[in-house]
Design a protein around this ligand. Structure first.
Ligand SMILES: Nc1ncnc2c1ncn2[C@@H]1O[C@H](COP(=O)(O)OP(=O)(O)O)[C@@H](O)[C@H]1O
Ligand code: SF4
Ligand SMILES: [Mg+2]
Length: 335
């Protein structure tokens, strides 16, 4: 059963330049007890989706359409008070840089205690015990609770941010680029901790990342976003071993494997389209080596025939042949 179902979500930003259509019809599900990776290049709308779910969108943002059904309740239109009750207890958000969730002027332990007492109604003694327990859970020495964030390494800060998020036993944790700033070894350690805690606590995690190798390492399911839309989604094994969308095929070539090194990396040339005036047809068409005339004029819908593996490409039926071609670097370098 899914804990969260995002349905046809549309989110816009009002700006001086006009309306930025940051999320344009996103649909995906987060099953209970699973790690779901939300992946795509910078600017494709991942953080906007994460913030929408948590109820912390920027002031100039608007949810223009869609539903976000969490544990049977639609979060779209939920008022501030209801969101305040939900945040931390049901859904916890770890923002893009751990430094954003930790205040530099307070000791880390004080910040955890504050969430426990103010949001969770703990008394001080119980909050102190819980903070120790949380630090132990994420692999930090509880003696470091009296440290300030700057006394921690990047990996330790990320662990402290995870401890903070877990304070009130949420059902869903959304982590935005939790390992982006860390070196590969520390990345693996932090991801192992997230995976271990997710299993032990039976929670769901949405892991937002631009790096598909992070998804391969830790996620059960993957949702690939491009230019504000979901272009492919399904079980990680299926999507990464048999991608159906050329963008996913390209992303896979563009990142080093977290467990292997020395792979030839082939970037996807060009950049994502302008979200103020997105192209009429397939948004990936200007960069796609397999583009047909039809792709330029009509936008491929998300094909939901196979509910376990969704994809939005006119050439899905030929995916196997396209995959073979996508493995050749020349396919991407001379598109
Ligand atoms: N507060 C904002 N005001 C205007 N545009 C924004 C704002 N936040 C994000 N955007 C735009 O929305 C799009 C999606 O951004 P974002 O959700 O941060 O993507 P990602 O997390 O995938 O990098 C981008 O084009 C970005 O410039
Ligand atoms: S619809 Fe066409 S342009 Fe878009 S990804 Fe598929 S083949 Fe490429
Ligand atoms: Mg982001």
């Amino acid at each position: 059963m899914s804990l969260l179902a995002i349905q046809d979500l549309e989110i816009t930003y009002r700006t001086q330049r006009g309306i930025c259509r940051a999320v344009d019809g996103a649909t995906f599900e987060v099953p209970a007890g699973a790690v779901v990776g939300l992946v795509g290049e910078s600017g494709c709308g991942k953080t906007t989706v994460a913030r929408a779910i948590t109820g912390v969108l920027a002031r100039n943002a608007e949810i223009a359409a869609g539903r976000m059904i969490f544990a049977g309740r639609d979060l779209v239109g939920l008022d501030r008070r209801a969101y305040n009750d939900l945040r931390w207890r049901d859904i916890a958000f770890i923002p893009q840089s751990a430094m954003n969730s930790l205040d530099p002027v307070y000791r880390v332990g004080t910040q955890i205690a504050e969430v426990l007492t103010i949001r969770g109604g703990f008394d001080r003694a119980r909050a102190g015990r819980r903070a120790v327990e949380l630090f132990e859970m994420v692999g930090l020495n509880p003696q470091r609770l009296s440290d300030y964030p700057h006394q921690f390494s990047g990996g330790m800060r990320q662990r402290a941010a995870i401890a903070l998020a877990l304070a009130l036993n949420p059902k869903l944790v959304i982590a935005d680029e939790p390992v982006t700033a860390l070196d590969v070894i520390v990345q693996r350690q932090v991801l192992d901790t997230i995976r271990d805690l997710q299993r032990r606590l039976g929670i769901s995690v949405i892991l937002v990342t631009h790096d598909i190798s992070v998804v391969a390492y830790v996620c059960d399911y993957v949702v690939v976003m491009y230019a504000g839309q979901v272009v492919e989604a399904g079980a990680t094994d299926a999507v990464l071993s048999r991608p159906r969308h050329p963008y996913t095929m390209g992303l896979y070539n563009a990142f080093p494997d977290l467990q292997r090194s020395g792979d030839l990396l082939v970037p996807i040339e060009g950049s994502p389209p302008d979200l103020f005036e997105p192209p009429e047809g397939c948004r990936f068409a200007p960069r796609c080596p397999f583009v047909l005339d039809r792709c330029q004029t009509a936008s491929p819908p998300l094909d939901r025939t196979d509910t376990r593996h969704l994809s939005a490409c006119w050439r899905t039926a030929e995916a196997s042949e396209l995959r073979n071609r996508a493995r050749e670097a020349s396919t991407w370098l001379h598109s």
